[in-house]
Write a protein that binds this ligand. Sequence first.
Ligand SMILES: O=C(O)C[C@@H](O)[C@H](O)C(=O)CO
Length: 273
Amino acid sequence: MTKLKFVHQNKELDSGVTLIQDVSSKNAPLKYAGVKLLQLQKGAVYSEKLGKTEVCVVALSGKVTVKEGDNQFENIGTRESVFDKKPTDSVYISNDHDYQVTAKSDVAEIALCYAPSNKQLPTKLITAADNTIEHRGNHSIKRYVQNILPEDNPAANSLLIVEVYTDGGNFSSYPPHRHDHDNLPEESSLEEIYLHKITPKQGFVFHRVYTDDRSLDETMSVENNDVVVVPKGYHPVGVPDGYNSYYLNVMAGPVRIWRFHNDPDHEWIWDRK
Ligand SMILES: O=C(O)C[C@@H](O)[C@H](O)C(=O)CO
């Protein structure tokens, strides 16, 4: 069985710095995408020296200051909870840099999204106002999308990042689609990471990952702060009534283009009036 689900942890890295998730090629069946989820108490600092990896620091909740060289972005972040359902600020930092994140609110939560990179790009603040917004789907497949690093934003070499909200009783990433064949312009090959959050916190969602031949076919019950990785395959999410879902998607692959292929068995669902 392939390990696709990563249950949240609570590992104190340093005073006031708690690691909740750390998923990468080191512990997951991934070659390109990675994510960390960190909780910082006020004044706590997380520092990192990047190798041949780019990072996007997403201020999930609370306020942080991000410093890289002469670039300093003070008090970024716009929400108390991801479920405020409004865009937030992020900072893109290219490979081979050092950076620090300092919590400025009582508590702050950050996602660090990683992908391989060896071409220098400028460090860049991606403001909440830079996010593009989409409402997708009808019937019971409605979702609300905030694009942090979509493919038409050239700030990154590989990373694609999006936030998706799905209300209880709805499905998202649905009808099921995949993006694992290097077959442009029809389909691109991108790994994907789902960092799940659920409100109220005790809720759960279902996440299935499967291929046409079912050599991979896992259906997982996922709780708040769990991560699911999608190295390949279709990957729909179902949200039970009474709970609302948020996920942060980190995608990366050989080419920074998102072209997906719907499962032909279920494509009719998209075509309903
Ligand atoms: O539209 C959605 O439901 C979001 C998903 O498309 C998600 O971002 C994804 O699966 C990307 O391939």
